[in-house]
Design a protein around this ligand. Structure first.
Ligand code: MN
Length: 208
């Protein structure tokens, strides 16, 4: 099984003006494609890895030959994270009430959740991701570095949980439009979160 770049379920300009067309195009067709290509070089060399799905592979990086492990952590991780990221983007959805109740239960209010998420995304030094995850039945905000994902587990990433929301805070995700103003990009994200998709993930405990 070789990985392939998933098509976006919308046009590159669908998230304007919050996420601009040029950034979306480069981010998807160049950056994500590169993670896919890089991961495929390992899959081609080690057909014994074919039996794992993408998610299984990044949950079991010890199955990858040691000298390829960091490469797969970064590139299969990048493929997974971006596939997850694209699906949760859409303009104009509203947070469903059951998800809102769960957020209020675990963070106090939606505003406090957003503040915590923004702070975590802003504090991620260098390249990484901010996440809303479900950990032991409770919603939590965490971050990972580089292309690590909470599904890789505690031992590798220092965090764990089922991802519900992901925000890419690599500069390639925002620099063309927002330059050094990462917080403006983070705040713009709330306009493009597909809350219906997020709620499906939350209720069905489904990753991608
Ligand atoms: Mn990215």
């Amino acid at each position: 099984m070789r990985y392939s770049l998933p098509s976006l379920p919308y046009a590159y300009d669908a998230l304007e003006p919050h996420f601009d067309q040029k950034t979306m195009e480069i981010h998807h067709s160049k950056h994500h494609q590169t993670y896919v290509n890089n991961a495929n070089t390992v899959l081609a060399a080690y057909p014994e890895l074919d039996k794992y799905t993408l998610e299984e592979l990044i949950q079991n990086l010890d199955k990858v030959p040691a000298d390829q492990r960091t490469w797969m952590r970064n590139n299969a991780g990048g493929h997974f994270n971006h596939s997850f990221f694209w699906k949760q983007l859409k303009i104009g959805t509203v947070m469903p009430s059951k998800l809102q109740s769960a957020i209020e239960r675990d963070f106090g209010s939606v505003e406090r959740f957003k503040e915590k998420f923004e702070k975590t995304a802003l504090a991620c030094f260098g390249s990484g991701w901010a996440w809303l995850v479900l950990q032991g039945g409770k919603l939590r905000v965490v971050s990972t570095v580089n292309q690590d994902s909470p599904v890789m587990g505690e031992a590798i990433t220092g965090t764990s949980g089922l991802p519900i929301i992901a925000l890419d805070v690599w500069e390639h995700a925002y620099y063309l439009k927002y330059q050094n103003k990462r917080l403006d990009y983070i705040k713009a994200f709330w306009n493009v979160v597909n809350w219906d998709e997020v709620a499906v993930r939350f209720h069905r405990k489904m990753v991608i």
